[in-house]
Design a protein around this ligand. Structure first.
Ligand code: NAD
Length: 442
């Protein structure tokens, strides 16, 4: 099937590549010349495990191509996916200018029946708006379908190739048939394609992300309580998570959720609720808890250094908003860095994949290390902000030798408290009241 994907970012590139992998002929369109030229020349533009191999194979076999020309890109397409940004506007609502702009452009150039698919995360009612924007200039037949994407960066290829479910919102039997055919190779093992109306599909995506964000904020509040009550959040997590009704996943406390989705999607749902006179009070709290949690390590550090942070040299391990991606949008590490710089510290950072993106953003405000051990040389403290696997079992001897002052502030609970304190480190993490007591005793 001939498919066009408009927007070739984290979602668009994975979507396009995976559809090409199942034998479709895919053209990806993007307005970014530089991105299109790199991709056309076989240079992948994001770090996503497993993607490069599929990208190169499909590019070489001619099933995947890239262009900046929308009109050429949609030639003979049966389906046009919109994988465009939906960033938060000033009031928190999703900004639809990219989606509606492309929809208006499509209206001027469509010439036969096509299924236009909203893959971006968009508020309820967007399919109708996209339909209207196209219909303004195009009187031929077409359908607009909502097909929200649930992939997670870091495991996006697996998520796309073997989705837990595919949600498709459409009231058109014709579009349903086309979408069924397209997704058939991805659901062979029985994972469901769930058909529903457009509005329910649009809301499903926001509901899913907001629920997951709620789980994280809930555990972060439990962690806060653990610190005050002398309990250990990791024990509580294990005890809770073994209940099948609760489940083990998404119960990890930390320094807040980040990324390009949760913060903006929770905000957008709050805003959508407000527009229909509903106060989504749980989600307001979820946002508030997350804002507090992002700052949670700083007071611990200030306490440790007796409020004299000025001139301290701090190493940061992990900059991406989560492991296995180079994406730093709304990354908790960035908030920690901002606070440290404001407190007068110097900062040296390391991340296995996100260094390029951070350099573009922070320029010379921080120092950039070649390796995790390079980062800690002469440091007064180490902050762990992202749980990359390579940080889990580091060479502690090297760390002891390299650091000026053996203090670790771990936002991801990577180490065993007893083992690390035995090595002589001052160690603080999230939600370990027992440890706090021990530190006071020391
Ligand atoms: N990143 C994720 O993990 C994820 C997961 C599920 C859903 N989503 C949703 O998918 C959508 C896209 O997210 P993303 O992370 O891929 O964004 P992104 O910023 O990585 O990619 C968007 C791409 O669209 C391009 N673009 C902008 N305007 C354009 C235009 N007029 N014509 C063609 N291309 C244009 C940009 O140059 C960019 O390459 C968002 O709505 C997001 O909420 C993202």
């Amino acid at each position: 099937m001939r498919i066009t994907v408009v927007g070739t970012g984290y979602v668009g590139l994975v979507t396009g590549t995976c559809f090409a992998e199942t034998g479709n002929d895919v053209v990806c369109v993007d307005i970014d010349d530089n991105k299109v030229s790199k991709l056309s020349n076989g240079e992948i533009t994001i770090y996503e495990p497993g993607l490069e191999k599929l990208f190169i194979r499909n590019l070489k076999e001619g099933r995947l191509s890239f262009t900046t020309d929308l009109q050429a890109g949609i030639q003979d397409a049966k389906i046009i996916f919109l994988a465009l940004p939906t960033p938060p506007g000033e009031d928190g609502s999703a900004d639809l200018k990219y989606i509606l702009g492309v929809a208006a452009d499509l209206g001027k150039i469509l010439n036969e029946y096509v299924v236009v698919v909203d893959k971006s995360t968009v508020p309820v009612g967007t399919a109708e708006k996209v339909h209207a924007a196209i219909a303004k200039n195009y009187t031929g037949e077409f359908d607009v379908v909502s097909n929200p994407e649930f992939l997670r960066e870091g495991v996006a290829v697996d998520d796309f190739m073997k989705p837990d479910r595919v949600v498709i919102g459409t009231s058109s039997e014709r579009a349903k048939k086309v979408m069924n055919e397209l997704y058939a190779p991805f659901v062979r093992s029985g994972n469901p394609v769930i058909f529903m109306d457009e509005r329910s599909a649009e809301l499903t995506k926001y509901a899913a992300n907001s629920f997951l964000a709620t789980k994280i904020s809930f555990m972060n509040e439990i962690a806060q309580l653990c610190e005050r009550l002398g309990a250990d959040v990791d024990m509580v997590r294990l005890g809770m998570g073994s209940d099948e009704r609760i489940g083990k996943r998404f119960l990890f406390p930390g320094i807040g959720y980040g990324g390009s989705c949760f913060p903006k999607d929770v905000q957008a749902l709050v805003k959508s609720a407000k527009e229909v006179d509903y106060d989504f009070s749980i989600l307001n709290s979820v946002v508030r808890v997350n804002e507090t949690q992002k700052k949670h390590l700083i007071p611990k550090m200030k306490r440790h250094f007796n409020n004299t942070m000025q001139g301290k040299h701090i190493a940061i391990w992990g900059l991406a908003f989560k492991p296995n991606t180079d994406d730093i949008r709304e990354a908790p590490a960035l908030y920690v860095i901002e606070d440290l710089l404001e407190a007068g510290c110097t900062v040296c950072v390391f991340d296995p994949e996100a260094m390029g993106n951070v350099k573009n953003l922070l320029k010379d405000k921080v120092q950039y290390a070649e390796s995790q051990y390079d980062a800690i040389q002469g440091a007064d403290a180490l902050v762990i902000a992202t749980e990359w696997n390579e940080f889990r079992t580091p060479d502690f001897i090297k760390m002891v030798k390299g650091m000026k002052h053996k203090a670790i502030f771990d936002g991801r609970n990577l180490f065993d408290m007893n083992a690390i304190t035995e090595l002589g480190f001052h160690y603080e993490c999230i939600g370990k009241g027992i440890a706090q007591k021990t530190n006071h005793q020391i």
